[in-house]
Write a protein that binds this ligand. Structure first.
Ligand code: CO
Length: 213
């Protein structure tokens, strides 16, 4: 249970942080308030155990971020589509990273459910489909944790494929924009990121990627 004081601490910590930044660099906020030029678009899970800046050694202004439960890329999600459009067309970001993680509650909920008729289950229904489609392969793993880890990896690949399917990305390819795609899994057990192999040939076959990618 969050205590009232915990909330006050957040604000106190904020003041300490701002003072500390100014002490080490008097022009820190003058520079931070310049227009942003991030190099990476992250589409990640909302899980609180993944502090994106910390695990990638990034500073404010370097990562453009969208997060939702189980890092879903839903082609009717106007929120995410706006972010991808803004990232690619306005900010000229070249690297798009879908970041999943092991022990993802959203991935588990897709298979086991949460309570009854939860919105979250609705949200992660793509993962439920994915699980049923690959059920044989996944069940053969035996160990439940490893099975969910594998399903989390499959989910990252599928969501990255969904990014490629957006008109924004296809338009960018037609305009010969340079774009790079990455599917990452954050391993909460080790703190390390796995850079997953991508089925590039399959995506080229489906005309989702240009031949010279
Ligand atoms: Co998660």
């Amino acid at each position: 249970m969050i205590q009232h004081n915990d909330y006050i601490d957040l604000l106190k910590n904020n003041v300490l942080w701002a003072v500390e930044k100014l002490k080490t660099d008097p022009s820190y906020f003058a520079e931070l308030s310049l227009p942003q030029k991030p190099n990476f678009l992250f589409i990640g899970c909302s899980d609180s155990r993944i502090p994106l800046d910390m695990i990638t050694g990034s500073e404010p202004g370097e990562l453009f971020v969208h997060r939702n439960i189980a890092n879903q890329v839903n082609l009717t999600d106007i929120n995410l589509l706006s972010i991808i459009e803004y990232a690619v067309e306005i900010l000229n970001i070249e690297h798009i990273i879908v970041l999943g993680h092991y022990k993802c509650g959203g991935v588990k909920a897709a298979v086991e459910g949460l309570n009854e008729e939860d919105i979250v289950e609705n949200w992660v229904s793509q993962i439920s489909d994915l699980y049923h489609y690959h059920k044989k392969e996944l069940e053969a793993i035996g160990d439940k944790t490893k099975m969910y880890d594998r399903l989390s990896e499959m989910n990252v690949i599928v969501q990255l494929k969904n990014v490629l399917r957006t008109p924004i990305i296809q338009r960018a390819f037609r305009n010969k924009k340079k774009l790079w795609f990455h599917g990452w899994i954050f391993d909460i057990n080790s703190g390390l990121i796995n850079d997953l192999p991508l089925p590039l040939d399959e995506w080229k076959e489906l005309d989702l990627l240009p031949e010279d990618y």
